[in-house]
Design a protein. Structure first.
Ligand code: BDR
Ligand code: CA
Length: 328
């Protein structure tokens, strides 16, 4: 079994990714780390607890960082408020605040902070033993690698939902997870851990429709019903925001990482590339600059793989297969 740790800002699509990961018999999910992102960290923690409980409540949840990495260091909250009033309304439609599809959690977060737990867990692991699947800003992981660099070789690989090549959502070309903490993303990239970006370009090509949501619901289990309802919520929210298809549809970003780990052929275009994250204060703030110039001599050596396109029908089939493993 592949040992995995999820680092999430739950969020509607994080919730689906958590369900998919916990439903995958080939994963051993060691823990869920919550981070500031879609919502403040007490909310992303509570939402993660709700989903862990939905899936049996055996996977521990750890609360992590409350503010982006540099904002902590500089002692001010550069990104607050994160959303303008119209953006806030749209985010509410897409993510909700709490995952209302599940009741308040009765299980509690672990006493340890997520960053301390990650450091301790990796220090006890063998080299290359653990896969990290971050689905929010990279704040927790950046803290961990800076506090204890000896954890770096313990990480087998990082499969990250973040970044964009030709697609942005927070700004014209910046993807939200990277935009919220670009310095953290760059710090983690600098560790030279095998790193895959599952970008917005890939997730927007892997959109989910109302028919797909109906397929999830027809599986008939409680987790499948939650996934169907979250997809419908996203489709309604995206309709008012970013059009991704000619039919009512929405990208369901985060679980594409899980689908990729289950079956890499779900990604149909993937390149090795050098990536730099723009941490300046200009118009490209938070942009992932992938240099895809077909081997031009000026390009730096690749430091990541970048997933650019997906097979959306295969994606939905993989999600169905995973949901079929869930209990009534
Ligand atoms: C990412 O940002 C968040 O809103 C989603 O949960 C996803 O991780 C997409 O840009
Ligand atoms: Ca997320």
């Amino acid at each position: 079994k592949r040992k995995v740790i999820l680092d999430v800002d739950t969020g509607s699509d994080d919730a689906i990714a958590l369900i998919a990961a916990m439903a995958n018999p080939d994963f051993e999910v060691l823990g869920i780390m919550a981070v500031n992102g879609n919502r403040a960290v007490p909310i992303t923690t509570e939402n993660s607890l709700r989903i862990s409980e939905l899936m049996g409540g055996t996977v521990p949840v750890f609360q992590g960082c409350a503010v982006p990495w540099t904002s902590c260091m500089l002692g001010f909250r550069r990104h607050y408020p994160m959303y303008s009033a119209p953006e806030e309304a749209l985010y509410k439609n897409i993510h909700g605040t709490y995952i209302d599809q599940c009741p308040p959690a009765t299980i509690k977060a672990q006493p340890k902070n997520a960053v301390s737990w990650l450091v301790d867990t990796l220090m006890e692991a063998e080299d290359g033993e653990i896969t990290l699947i971050p689905l929010g800003p990279l704040t927790n992981i950046a803290h961990a690698v800076r506090i204890e660099p000896r954890i770096i070789p313990k990480i087998k690989e990082i499969v990250y939902m973040g970044g964009g090549f030709r697609v942005g959502n927070k700004t014209a070309l910046a993807e939200f997870n990277v935009w919220l903490d670009p310095e953290a993303a760059q710090a983690v990239l600098d560790c030279n851990i095998p790193f895959t970006f599952v970008t917005l370009d890939a997730t927007h090509s892997a959109y989910v429709t109302m028919e797909d949501a109906a397929r999830f619901r027809a599986i008939g289990t409680r987790p499948a019903e939650v996934v169907a309802s979250l997809c419908e919520q996203r489709i309604a929210g995206y309709g008012e925001w970013q059009k991704v298809a000619d039919v009512p549809a929405a990208p369901v970003h985060d679980p594409l990482t899980i689908a990729y780990l289950v079956d890499p052929t779900v990604i149909t275009d993937i390149e090795d590339a050098p990536c730099v994250v723009d941490c300046g204060r200009g118009a490209a703030y938070g942009v992932t600059l992938f240099d895809i110039r077909n081997g031009r001599a000026e390009a730096k050596a690749p430091n990541c793989r970048v997933a650019l396109k997906a097979d959306r029908e295969k994606y939905v089939d993989i999600l169905c297969r995973l949901l079929e493993n869930t209990k009534k």
